[in-house]
Design a protein around this ligand. Structure first.
Ligand SMILES: NC(=O)c1ccc[n+]([C@@H]2O[C@H](COP(=O)([O-])OP(=O)(O)OC[C@H]3O[C@@H](n4cnc5c(N)ncnc54)[C@H](O)[C@@H]3O)[C@@H](O)[C@H]2O)c1
Ligand SMILES: [Zn+2]
Ligand SMILES: [Zn+2]
Length: 379
């Protein structure tokens, strides 16, 4: 018998999340059914919901899920029923990129994560009337249960609190990985981070761990800049009320910075992220955005040996990086728990609105409220 699940479904561009009963389809050999405990909401979910990135609807979004293995497919060797897991994105595991440690450059990345169906075209969810419903990232964590691929899964220790760790699967991993793998900052380097949401603050905390000497956080909300200071920013700039170029020149003695990251996706900000670079600097525009950036290739890049680098999912290997982030969190060096706010699963529309308005940096939906119900929320 096929399992029925309760999922938050987006039926139309700009439509709300609507709770529906769906049917999980047959489990394939390399797949696992996960019972969700909690899921973060990432800005990329919102980008799909409002149509900033194309995606086939109806869909179950969500790609920062944490839960417990409920059932394993016939070919699964590394996971057992009862394992605590975080889900990240899917990758094929066998292409040259996967084999050389760059699964976010997997040749099948778009098919496996953005097509809405499995690689063989089959759906993971259907409505009770038989309508196929797209999955996202082979994860679709806005559901009580989901089918995911073994390549999505990261086993975490039994002492990890699944109510907290889901967002390590995307937002915080992306920020942290961009600094370590994508930009490969060195001790003493300088970096400007534009936009201090979950991705920007993940980058900021990792820049501190890696020993960057100058870490400049830029945002338009003072409350975000206050948090940035607490988490290790050496300087903060409110680009709405301060002159960005003057402040950067002042802080860097006129030479500019080694690295910058844009998480805002605003055209002018992406350009500003080039302008703050010194000679040989690298900028990573990593927002999911329909906007373009305008620059002159010679004046802005060539003449100063600068580069622009796209970095997907922090170019990280989730199975190696997420346990490290959990360890850094235990040591107090990656305090992402200070950035989360918990909501009931049923409050998904409110949680999403709070993320959009800036009230909440990282909303986490509690899907299985019986998990560690006698323990206080990890915050
Ligand atoms: N490249 C990837 O693999 C990847 C992975 C995950 C998320 N993302 C994307 O990264 C982006 C950031 O995600 P997030 O969850 O941190 O979002 P967020 O909305 O929480 O953070 C964005 C921040 O930018 C600030 N901001 C907005 N306009 C600004 C401006 N003009 N100047 C300065 N600051 C401004 C906001 O105040 C906010 O603090 C999103 O576009 C998301 O889709 C990319
Ligand atoms: Zn691959
Ligand atoms: Zn994401």
């Amino acid at each position: 018998m096929r399992m029925k699940v309760k999922a938050a479904v987006v039926n139309a561009v700009n439509g709300p999340y609507e709770f529906e009963e769906l049917e999980l389809q047959e489990l394939q050999a390399n797949e696992v059914i996960v019972k969700l405990v909690a899921s973060g909401i990432c800005h990329s979910d919102e980008a799909l919901r409002v149509g900033d990135a194309e995606f086939p609807l109806p869909a179950v979004l969500g790609h920062e899920g944490a839960g417990i293995v409920e059932q394993v497919g016939a070919g699964v060797r590394d996971f057992q029923v009862g394992d605590q897991v975080v889900m990240a994105y899917n990758s094929c595991g066998t292409c040259p990129s996967c084999r050389t440690g760059h699964p976010s450059s997997c040749v099948s990345w778009t098919t496996l994560n953005m097509s809405g169906a499995r690689a063989d075209g089959s759906p993971i969810f259907k409505k009770l009337d038989g309508t196929p419903v797209s999955n996202f990232f082979t994860q679709s964590s806005f559901s009580t249960y989901t089918i995911t691929n073994v390549n999505n899964l990261i086993k975490v220790d039994d002492d990890a609190d699944l109510r907290l760790v889901g967002p390590l699967g995307c937002g915080f991993l992306t920020g942290a990985g961009t600094v370590v793998n994508g930009l490969q900052v060195k001790v003493g380097d300088s970096i400007v981070i534009f936009g201090t949401g979950a991705v920007g603050l993940g980058a900021l905390m990792m820049a501190k761990v890696e020993g960057c000497a100058t870490i400049i956080a830029v945002d338009i909300h003072d409350s975000r800049l206050d948090i940035s200071k607490k988490l290790g920013a050496t300087h903060t700039i409110n680009s709405k009320t301060e002159n960005l170029a003057e402040r950067i020149a002042d802080i860097t003695n006129g030479v500019g910075v080694n690295f910058s990251i844009d998480t805002t996706g605003v055209s002018a900000v992406m350009k500003a992220a080039i302008d703050v670079l010194g000679i040989g600097g690298v900028t990573a525009p990593i927002a999911v955005t329909p906007n373009s950036m305008e620059m002159n290739s010679f004046m802005d890049l060539v003449l100063l040996n600068r580069s622009v680098k796209g970095i997907l999912m922090g170019d990280a290997i989730p199975q190696l990086a997420i346990p490290k982030l959990i360890q850094l969190h235990k040591e107090g060096k990656f305090a992402f728990d200070q950035l989360v706010k918990f909501y009931d699963f049923e409050q998904i529309n409110e949680a999403s609105a709070d993320s959009n308005s800036g009230v909440t940096i990282k909303p986490i939906l509690l899907i299985d409220k019986t998990y560690r119900q006698n323990e206080p929320l990890p915050q």
